[in-house]
Design a binder for this molecule. Structure first.
Ligand code: FES
Ligand code: FES
Length: 222
């Protein structure tokens, strides 16, 4: 398990021991745990514990390439199942109402707000979260690397959702200009206002992401 995976899955080193670069790598890789631990958003620290999503409805979902036979509560959101049942805490709960984009994941390659997606509706689908986009050898996805290179985050809470939306934005062909990127990323809110860096990161990473996706598509049809 590399450092980024450890941070995503478990305790984060005390902030005062981190320099800015280390902190940025931690958050951009989807951990966000440092931010949520430090800031304790209302959604995550509210008095009512979120539902785990466990129930009796049998569902088979492939998550980050691995099949998961699950027994789900029919009204559980995909976000709650990922976070509470599977421990995949990269996708963040911001508004829980489809308004902030912090919970963005991919279902069959398309971006969705996982807080508004019933987990049972993903039966038979492939779900990708921020934890599933780096290479098997631990190399960051080009979009993750570009976010680091452009300091496209401050607290990092919105960053996993921003990165998943950014990859989809490129995939959809909506990253050909700054104006287009701003338009098609407008569903993802950054309360720190890191938008300039986010746009620069997407512009820089777009060609590499398209090449990567082209190679993957070629392999699928080989
Ligand atoms: S938490 Fe899903 S859109 Fe805000
Ligand atoms: S970096 Fe803080 S909310 Fe976006």
């Amino acid at each position: 398990m590399n450092q980024l995976q450890q941070n995503a899955a478990g305790p984060v080193p005390a902030i005062h021991t981190l320099n800015r670069r280390t902190f940025m790598m931690t958050t951009a890789a989807g951990a966000g745990a440092a931010a949520s631990a430090a800031t304790g958003t209302a959604a995550e620290t509210g008095s009512a514990a979120p539902p785990s999503g466990a129930g009796s409805h049998e569902t088979r979902v492939t998550i980050n390439g691995k099949p998961h036979p699950l027994k789900l509560e029919p009204r559980a959101s995909l976000l709650d199942v990922l976070r509470e049942q599977l421990g995949l805490t990269g996708a963040k709960k911001g508004c829980d109402h489809g308004q902030c984009g912090a919970c963005t994941v991919h279902v069959d390659g398309r971006r969705v707000a996982s807080c508004l997606t019933l987990a049972v509706k993903t039966d038979g689908c492939a779900v990708t979260t921020i934890e599933g986009i780096e290479s098997a050898d631990g190399t960051l996805h080009p979009m993750q690397q570009a976010f680091l290179d452009h300091d496209a985050l401050q607290c990092g809470y919105c960053t996993p959702g921003q990165i998943m939306a950014a990859i989809a934005c490129v995939r959809e062909g909506h990253a050909t200009s700054e104006a287009q990127i701003r338009e098609y990323m407008s569903g993802n809110i950054c309360r720190c206002g890191a938008y300039t860096g986010i746009v620069e990161a997407i512009r820089e990473a777009a060609p590499q992401v398209l090449r990567m996706e082209g190679r993957m598509e070629g392999r699928r049809h080989a």
